[in-house]
Design a protein around this ligand. Structure first.
Ligand code: GTP
Ligand code: MG
Length: 202
């Protein structure tokens, strides 16, 4: 039976704002002093409305220091991924390429899951170390990248837009994956009252 939820993996280097991104979507709040240092493989459920349809997302935050051997578990059943880097960290931006490779490696030769790239912390423009237009140019054309979005968990900017991209990607790929439905069996021939009456007559 088809699952009614979609697992989304949230990836990214240390302290880029993964938990804050999820918390903003789930609870609509932001904590300046959030210092959870995510260790466990938590998952959270949220509904997202997009184009008259409701998508139930199961969001998994992956610990940035996760062992490579654990990654197949992280990606098991995943339907989409969000890769977050912070505009305050050029290093986290350069590491986006590694995260894309992680996703690719875990799907071997199969079609990769769709990826949405988020530049977080955009409310802190003064400490900026990255160039979003360059990121869009570098990754936006990759077949698995569904969109690049600038986000701020503090202001709530771009978070729903990122989920819209996920919903759109899932919708489109579900459609492509849908098996061909066999043709409907032709209905039983309707007995013709005229013919019956003819037989009766003879
Ligand atoms: N100003 C601002 N601060 C943010 C934003 N997002 C996250 N932060 C802050 O950045 C710090 C790290 O955020 P987390 O959400 O814990 O980052 P993380 O990627 O989950 O961290 P790890 O799980 O430890 O890798 C926290 O102090 C947050 O309050 C944002 O959009 N704007
Ligand atoms: Mg975290």
């Amino acid at each position: 039976m088809a699952k009614s939820w979609h697992k989304v993996v949230v990836l990214g280097s240390k302290s880029v704002g993964k938990s804050s991104f999820i918390t903003r979507k789930l609870c609509g709040v932001f904590e300046e002093t959030l210092n959870t240092k995510t260790k466990s493989r938590d998952f959270f459920e949220t509904n997202h409305k997009y184009k008259e349809e409701t998508y139930n997302f199961r969001i998994y935050e992956s610990n940035s220091q996760r062992e490579v051997s654990e990654m197949p578990m992280v990606f098991l059943d995943a339907r989409a991924a969000v890769i977050i880097y912070s505009c305050k960290s050029g290093e986290s931006c350069r590491e986006v390429a590694d995260w894309i490779n992680q996703v690719r490696a875990n799907f071997h030769n199969e079609m990769s899951i769709p990826i949405v790239i988020c530049e977080s912390n955009i409310d802190t423009q003064d400490k900026k170390e990255t160039d979003f237009s360059k990121v869009e140019k570098q990754y936006g054309e990759l077949p698995e990248v569904e969109g690049c979005v600038q986000t701020s968990a503090k202001l709530g900017t771009g978070i729903d837009e990122a989920f819209d991209h996920l919903a759109e990607a899932i919708k489109r790929r579900e459609y492509r994956r849908r098996p061909m439905t066999p043709p409907e069996p032709s209905p039983d021939p309707i007995p013709c009252p005229y013919l019956c009456s003819c037989f009766f007559f003879f």
